[in-house]
Design a protein around this ligand. Structure first.
Ligand SMILES: [Zn+2]
Length: 353
């Protein structure tokens, strides 16, 4: 999650942006939490649990502790720690038999240094992995999280465990679960792109680059599920911590919102908090993570988020503070949602463009 300074820059650029879907959809239903009437219709949805259950808190914990260790030096865009993290992600996919999204099956999408407008000292890299759909390989579901963070300041390493080692670990575990389904012969009907972006903290550069130079056509990209900070509990939910914030789900596709609600109702039973989905919310989180670059291109998105907390963008955002039980549940919800989007007969209908 990038800080508010950049959010203001984003807002300014939006005012001059003809793609302003956000203001075009002001008629969105306010009480959206009450919908969720269409249910789950993908034919093999009942098989999803056996793969969702491979997403465990122990596995997530191992990944978060690794990505948020001092060895990764706070993963600042263009710097040594980010490069080490990139290599770690590539190795993870390779070890799990998941290929890269490039034509030659490699994983790295290089972003030139000058793209970062002075905010990176070097080139940087998106890491993009790919599972080919069994029936509709030319339609794509993108599952994303940023793996960069803010590096080292005043000799303190900013480990970024929640922001966003939590989301990165979720993407890896979801990829592994889908790959297990592939091995069992029930891989997803649509293709799935696992997009680990760089440059988020510097201004959403990795996702901006991907959407400007997409490896697969954006017009065939049916949804983006973006994960940024899902391992903690904010102040509002200290008493009732079985929750996650969802942002943007109904802004472009009502169907996406409804299937997301249905997946949660059937499988995970988290309280889905839509507070920040309100267009009048002053935090304007809708503009502050990588899904925004997909939404502005008219692609249905959901942003999964746990809210801010006292360790947000501090060197104290460490792996020991992550709630791995919640991280597991939230990751499973995203997996079920992706499974349904990837496997239902028709691609998501867009009704709010
Ligand atoms: Zn952040």
């Amino acid at each position: 999650m990038k800080n508010i300074l950049f959010a203001f820059i984003a807002i300014t650029s939006i005012l001059s942006n003809s793609y302003n879907i956000y203001s075009q959809s002001k008629s969105a239903i306010t009480n959206i939490a009450d919908s969720g009437t269409i249910g789950l219709i993908a034919e093999n949805i009942d098989l999803a649990s056996s793969y969702a259950n491979t997403i465990t808190q122990d596995d997530l914990k191992t990944l978060v502790y690794k990505l948020a260790s001092d060895e990764f030096e706070g993963r600042r865009t263009g710097e040594n720690g980010q490069k080490i993290a990139a290599q770690y992600l590539v190795e993870f996919y390779k070890n799990n038999g998941i290929i890269g999204a490039n034509k030659d099956s490699s994983y790295i999408q290089i972003i030139p240094q000058n793209y970062f407008r002075g905010r990176s000292k070097n080139n940087s890299e998106n890491i993009v992995a790919f599972i080919k759909g069994s029936e509709k390989p030319d339609e794509y579901v993108v599952i994303s999280a940023h793996y960069d963070h803010v590096g080292i300041e005043d000799e303190k390493i900013y480990n970024g465990a929640d922001d966003d080692a939590s989301g990165t670990s979720a993407v890896l575990e979801i990829a592994q679960a889908f790959q297990d389904a592939v091995k069992a012969g029930i891989g997803p009907k649509r293709s799935i792109i696992f997009l680990n972006v760089t440059g988020e903290e510097e201004g959403l550069f990795g996702s901006k680059f991907y959407t400007e130079f997409p490896i697969f056509p954006l017009k065939n990209t049916v949804a983006n599920l973006n994960i940024d900070m899902i391992g903690r509990v904010d102040k509002k939910h200290e008493e009732n911590d079985n929750f996650v914030y969802l942002i943007g789900a109904d802004k472009i596709s009502t169907e996406l919102h409804e299937l997301s609600e249905a997946a949660n109702k059937k499988f995970t039973n988290l309280k889905l908090d839509y507070t920040y989905n309100d267009e009048k919310d002053p935090n304007r989180f809708f503009y502050r993570s990588d899904h925004y670059n997909f939404a502005k291109n008219g692609i249905p998105i959901i942003f999964y988020f746990n809210g801010v907390h006292k360790d947000y963008h501090k060197h104290t955002d460490t792996a020991d503070k992550i709630r791995y039980d919640l991280l597991e549940k939230r990751t499973q919800l995203i997996f079920y949602t992706a499974w349904e989007i990837a496997n239902r007969e028709e691609r998501l209908a867009i009704d709010k463009e």
